[in-house]
Design a protein around this ligand. Structure first.
Ligand SMILES: *Cc1c(COP(=O)(O)O)cnc(C)c1O
Length: 375
């Protein structure tokens, strides 16, 4: 079989994306939904994902001005929020110019806003550090900032936001402490009728209706990933469907004798004693995908792929452009056969578990040289 190009590709199901968004809507019917599309929509293509959700999402969340401008230039008119805020004064002016909203999480950012003349007032998401200790004001600073921002001519609407550190572990006691801290702070500043409140990421959207407030912020669930650490089932009646299927093809087959190693460092060996004439040899398929495409080098021996839809274990270290799979148990595997690395039929969470990482990192890590197809 001949190929025109290297066969690694990512198939993006915009139908499954829409389905997952509808699941979020179903779980939080009273809340506005900010679809989080930072990091190129978790590696799925920011413009394509935002385009597909433009008619249904109440807002989009991004990590930087560049990501927001890319969406505006592609014709996305929904509200867009910079989840990390801005990184300088010039950016603050661009926020107003492009009609964006921004998080303000520290005093430096607040003064940057208060000291800048904007072409129009902007919506501000004022952030409380309720216990994650990454971004956000402490309670005192949060309440003082609310007073300043309510009076500022640069500010149109205010949203009060905080972020959860352990939402993927529903039993973690920090969840209750963060909710309490957020509620105490909101009670102190008394939320006005034209202001809103936002706390839930995907995991809290799925498990904690009491954390939905006015605006929920699902990210990873929209891409079909169960964020609950794979320790908890999804709520009954909720089904998430994978949006990205990463797949390639077999480019070579090897017959490997008992005891012989495969790949760099010989980290996998064909079963049986080296040189044993009676032992069965192994069939190894070589697949055109590697860490240069974003497949994790940390994937351990035994991490599954699907060969013609059947599971088969990785054998040996993943290299830059290739990986090897033990297809001894798969009858008639041949060069040109399709190999699914994750997605339809093989959750990316499973690959993450075999690779000491999380699905977020695998999805966002898919490399530029992978061909993306949207359907
Ligand atoms: C990334 C992010 C989210 C989305 O988190 P998921 O776990 O992917 O749902 C929500 N809120 C903020 C502030 C974020 O940075």
């Amino acid at each position: 079989m001949n190929f025109m190009t290297r066969p690694i590709e990512a198939l993006i199901s915009l139908a499954n994306l829409g389905h997952n968004f509808a699941q979020a809507r179903h779980l939080a019917p009273a809340a506005q939904i900010m679809a989080v599309v930072k990091a190129n929509a978790y590696g799925h293509g920011g413009v394509q994902v935002a385009g597909a959700l433009a008619a249904s999402a109440d807002a989009f969340g991004v990590a930087s001005l560049e990501e927001a401008v890319e969406l505006r230039n592609a014709g996305i008119e929904n509200p867009i929020v910079l989840l990390s805020g801005v990184f300088g004064r010039a950016e603050m002016r661009e926020v107003a110019r492009y009609g964006l909203a921004t998080v303000i999480h520290c005093a430096e950012q607040m003064y940057l806003l208060l000291d800048t003349v904007l072409s129009q007032p902007i919506n501000v998401w004022l952030k409380l550090d309720s216990g994650m200790h990454r971004l956000g004001f402490d309670t005192e600073g949060f309440c003082q900032a609310a007073v300043r921002l309510r009076a500022a001519k640069q500010v149109d609407q205010l949203t009060f936001i905080s972020h959860l550190a352990c939402a993927d572990t529903p039993a973690a006691t920090l969840n209750e402490r963060q909710l309490q801290s957020f509620q105490d702070s909101l009670a102190r500043l008394i939320v006005h009728a034209n202001e809103s409140v936002s706390l839930a990421n995907s995991a809290a959207l799925l498990t904690r209706p009491d954390m939905h407030f006015d605006r929920v912020r699902p990210g990873v669930m929209l891409y079909g990933v169960n964020p609950l650490n794979n320790t908890e089932p999804l709520p009954a009646e909720i089904e998430l469907r994978p949006v990205m299927t990463l797949r390639s093809r077999i480019v070579a087959l090897q017959t490997v004798a008992a005891g012989e190693g495969v790949g760099y460092g010989e980290t996998w060996r064909a079963p049986g004693a080296l040189g044993s004439p009676s032992a069965q040899s192994s069939r190894i398929a070589v697949v055109a995908v590697g860490y240069g495409d974003g497949y994790p080098r940390h994937a351990r021996n035994g991490c599954p792929v699907l060969v013609n839809g059947e599971p088969a274990p990785i054998a040996g270290r993943v290299s830059m452009d290739l990986l090897s799979v033990d297809v001894s148990a798969i009858a008639n595997a041949k060069v040109g056969d399709v190999v699914t690395l994750w997605g339809e039929g093989l959750p990316v969470e499973t690959v993450a578990e075999h690779s000491e990482t999380i699905a977020y990192e695998l999805l966002t890590g898919v490399n530029q040289r992978v061909k993306f197809t949207y359907f």
